[in-house]
Ligand binder design. Sequence first.
Ligand code: ZN
Length: 402
Amino acid sequence: MLHSLAGRAENAMQARVLAQLRDEGPLSRVQLADRLDVSRTTIAAEVTRLAELGLAQEVGPAASRGGRRSTMVDLAPDLRFVGISIGATGLSVGVTDGRLAVLGSRQIECDIRTGPEAVLAAAIEEARSVLEECGGVKPLGAGIGVPGPVDFHRGVSVSPPIMPGWDGYPVRDAVARELGCSVVLDNDVNVLAAGEQHAGVARSARDFLFVKIGTGIGCGIVVDGELYRGVDGCAGDIGHIRVEEFGPTCACGNTGCLEAFSGGAALARDATAAARAGRSPILAEILEQRGELTAADIGAAVAQGDAQAVQLIRDSGHRVGQVLASLVSFFNPGLIVIGGRVTGLGHALLAEIRGVTYRRSLPLATGNLPIVLSELGDEGGVIGAARLISSSVYAPLAGERA
Ligand SMILES: [Zn+2]
């Protein structure tokens, strides 16, 4: 694996300076000293070193506050990160600058079941092409999100139920070799939570949950500004919390899981049953035309006032709310963000989730608890993946002084 020593912070203070510049934009040396609670001499020395490393630069005098002017510091303009967000049926690739602004991106269709070689080859080809468009600079690193469990420390997918052929595949090292930079691999939910933290509704939240309702259901947990992954990396796997003793069989093999009731695949199944049973003329018509139904079709039916479709969404939201109420009691988050494909079902789903969660939680825990829809869409995965790798690249190498 190619690890470029140039372009890494050398110590924890440099890493903190880089993170401040990433999240806040250009700051004066005085502002950096204040925010990091260190002397101006320390900041001046570290900024000089960061400039030598090609990571930051001084960009002229700050606006005068009387007395001697401070110097503005910004990230180097040619820092590049790659963010790759792989879904079940497509992938997004983007290139960002050091502050994670997306400079260029692509979305392509790609079936995850074709296996890691084919999917990663397509992702790398797109990444190279977008990098070329964005100035042809070699990236400092790449972040990748995949829709299944990940061993974060080893950088491999682990028994992903919807990703045949990916179990144990060394995704991180394979991509690092191809792109010649450091890579981090995480599951898509953590990646989306990181995106939300950087550019979405969770920007000012320190403790929040990001709940993805797509084909499956998962939860990203951010504690005091950091992703919490658990001992084995599977923290937040809420789709497999049992909500009914008896219920439909889940992709995991158990019965009665939340995902088997409320995930996108479960909604499509229930919509198909409703259409076949003659309970929804609108869904029956779509089924007739296309031969299958998706969760998005339920949204279309809701928009046309279909009572059965509204009921499907209520039932789904009700069970998600039941689980969230338990999570609120356990974790006391400051914010819950709902994201994923099913958010196309929007406000009907959100209203039900909110209703149940608020009703079943203690007033103290929900008195100041917004539950909101994500507004980031596809770009959230790209920004989140770039944020994860930026945190790793901006952090000091293991073994360096703290
Ligand atoms: Zn399950």
